[in-house]
Structures are given as C-alpha cells and as structure tokens.
Design a protein around this ligand. Structure first.
Ligand SMILES: [Zn+2]
Ligand SMILES: [Zn+2]
Length: 416
C-alpha cells in the first residue's frame, strides 16, 4: 500500500465519523504536505478521496463540523475582538492564545488515537496562527510568540478575550544617600498591607523605600500597575549606597505605555526622589537580565566606621586588620537576620581590607568582600558566630557604627 493510499484510507475512516470541515480534516495531516493551509489540504484530500473511492465529490457544507463547530468561520470575528481588546495598549508585538473548550480538544484527540494519526496539528495552534494573521492585517502589529508585548487569549467557551500585558524592564544603578531607607517596599507588620491605624492606613511598615522612590515616576509614565525593583543584592536599612551605585532592573507591571526617553525619565526620577535616592539609567532590559542579576556574585566594596572598646594603638589595629586580608571567613547566619534566614555556616573571602584613618576616635576602614560577606559580623564576631573577626584578633569588642556600600561590581556581559 503506497503512502497516498494509506492516507486516503484514513480520510475515508475519518469521513465516516460525520461531517468535518476542511480545516479540521486538513489539520489531521498537517505535517504530511507542505505549503498548503489546513483548509486547502482538507479540500484536496476530500477531492482525492472521492476520486480514489469512485464517489461523487461533495464539498463541505458549512455549519456541520462535529469537531470545531465551524469555529474557523469565525476567524474574522475573533480577530476583530482581539484587535479591539488590545487597541488601548501600546505594543508592537503580540501573540494569540486560545482556550479551547474541552469538548473540542477531546473530539480531535479521539480521532488522533482512533485513526492512528502521526502528524496532526492541535486545533489551538491553527486558531492561534490564523487569528494572529488576521489581527496583523487589521492593526499592523507583528506576531511574536517568543517575546510578545501583549498576549490575547481567546476564551471560546465564554465568547470573550483576556489580555495579558508583558512587563517592561529598564536597567541602571542606584545610589542611596540617606540611611533608614529599605531597598524594597515592606508591608505593615500589623495589617499585612491592607492599611490600619498603626501604619496610618498606608499599608506600609516604612514611609518609603528605594523601590518606591525609583518607581513613582515611571509607574505614571508607563501607566503601569506597579514597579518592582530587582537589585544586585541589597544593603542594610542603615547603610548608604554611594560610589558606583548598585545595579538594578526596574520592572513595570502591566504597562499600558512601552516607550519613553530614558534620559528624560532619569531626570524626572531624580527630581522626584529628592536627595534620598539617585539613579543612572543604562537602557532597556528584560526578564533574563533580572535572573542574571539575582544570581550575580560580584565583589562589593564598603567603607565603615569601627569603634573599638579597648585602647589599641593605630599600629596594632592596622596589624590586626592586615590579618583579615585574603582570609576566608566562616560565618554562621547572623543573630540579627536569623529569624528570617536559614541557620547555615557560609565561607566568604575578604578580598581586601585596609585602615584609611581615624575620625573622632573611630577607625575608617575600606573592605572589599565576596558577595554575601556580612561586614558588621566580620568586625564584631557576632558572639563567636563569625570566625575570624576583627574583635577576636584584637581581643576586644569592636563594632561597626556606620556602613556605606561604595562599589558593587556589575554584570560583566554588559560592561555595567
Ligand atoms: Zn472543523
Ligand atoms: Zn497597617
């Protein structure tokens, strides 16, 4: 039996199930001939079947397909719905998704199994493609299944569309000049963000955050629902972040606008953030960069002020500090964060450490450490949880009274 005969025998069995449209018939053999639409292939198979079985050719009569209920006759109507749904949202690219009623997919899957079809195309993907083409013809937007600005879902059963807007990202570095500001928004502990008397009905634990200071303007510019800050690590609430600043990506959630002049945006953000936070924007970004940023392990440079209880000469402090240079520090999760982080022992290296001078009886130190090195504990020893520490070497209590992040290494691939 030749391949053609085998296919026509399958067509014969399929036609016995009941009336089926050219789309659904052609789709069952989607990968066996190239360059035809499913509808064209379905029609050709119907003609070839009539010839082979010596019966009169009868074109498909619309209104009777037992698989799709003639869904494909409604492509123009669905395309119009999709175009209307996305009309108020700025976008260049889109993708169509179809929520197929279970009855329809069960019908075609039954045929796949019964007839033993090897290369069928699911109804959903023909619908996505054909409605996509029709939407492009209406509004000139480009179909892009990999990286769409918007996704328009056709909900067949409920006869409606659902719109999903992809997040928009831009990258830069931020500087934090004021202490007492967290990196990201924290919900009020008492009400969990709903708003209560304790938080003055703001839902916030702290009046502001780096995230909020940066997001305020772009949320308006991009008509977004929210702005989420993704930072390359974070500094403590009482630490400043100066010098080169910290790399970040800002995510705009559900933006209705996707274009802006980033230079102007930077200026407006900096004007609105006052003197607490400053940004230097570097360009547009994406989800992949956010993931790289999160797993990024760059060295960080800190400037700290250290107070030492005992009177120890500058020379001896310098000697003690030099013992920490290049040392591997074994750090058990610090007491101050142990309530929210797993209790582990980690090893981190001090790349460089030096004494810059004395200020009002306090030592000014610069430390370059592996990402994740706890600086306050490197000095205090955290009751023996961090070993070695400056306090241990000096045999005197010592602690950080002020901490600034002065440099965070960026991602090597974009030179940031
Ligand atoms: Zn059909
Ligand atoms: Zn509250």
């Amino acid at each position: 039996m030749s391949e053609d005969t085998a296919i026509l025998e399958k067509v014969h069995r399929i036609l016995e199930y009941g009336e089926i449209c050219d789309h659904c018939l052609g789709r069952l053999f989607a990968k066996s001939s190239f360059g035809l639409t499913n509808e064209e292939r379905g029609k050709a198979l119907r003609i070839a079947h009539a010839l082979a079985y010596n019966i009169p050719f009868k074109p498909y009569e619309h209104g009777n397909c037992w698989v799709c209920g003639d869904l494909f006759d409604e492509i123009p109507r669905w395309a119009e719905k999709a175009a209307v749904a996305s009309a108020g949202i700025e976008h260049e690219t889109f993708v169509i998704g179809t929520r197929v009623p279970p009855m329809m997919s069960e019908s075609e899957e039954m045929l796949w199994g019964d007839i033993g079809l090897e290369h069928p195309e699911p109804l959903k993907s023909e619908m996505n493609r054909e409605v996509g083409k029709a939407v492009s013809a209406i509004n000139g937007k480009k179909g892009d299944p990999k990286n769409p600005d918007v996704t328009i879902v056709l909900n067949i059963a409920d006869d409606c569309t659902e719109l999903q807007i992809s997040s928009l990202y831009f990258a830069g570095r931020y500087l934090k000049y004021q202490r007492g500001i967290l990196q990201t928004h924290w919900n009020c502990r008492a009400c969990g963000g709903k708003g209560c008397e304790k938080c003055n009905f703001t839902g916030k634990q702290y009046p502001t955050s780096v995230e909020e200071e940066i997001a305020k303007v772009p949320v308006e510019v991009f008509k977004a629902e929210a702005g989420v800050l993704h930072g390359a690590g974070r500094e403590d609430i009482d630490a400043r972040c100066i010098g080169t600043g910290r790399p970040f990506v800002m995510e705009m959630v559900n933006p209705r606008v996707r274009t802006a002049d980033l230079k102007e945006l930077e200026e407006s953000i900096n004007k609105s953030a006052g003197n607490a936070v400053e940004v230097r924007l570097e360009g547009w970004s994406d989800r992949k960069t956010v993931e790289m940023l999160k797993s990024h392990k760059g060295h960080k440079t800190y400037r700290i002020l250290v107070s030492v209880d005992a009177f120890i000469s500058m020379e001896n402090v310098e000697k003690a500090v030099s013992e920490l240079k290049g040392a591997w520090i074994s750090q058990r999760t610090p007491n101050r964060v142990s309530h929210r982080r797993a209790d582990l022992v980690r090893k981190r290296q001090v790349q460089d450490i030096s004494v810059l001078g004395i200020e009002n009886g306090l030592y000014r130190l610069e430390v370059v450490g592996d990402s994740g090195l706890y600086i306050k504990e490197l000095i205090s020893g955290d009751e023996g949880r961090t070993v070695p520490s400056l306090a241990e070497i000096l045999a005197s209590p010592a602690k950080v009274t002020e901490l600034d992040v002065v440099q965070v290494e960026g991602l090597s691939n974009n030179g940031a």
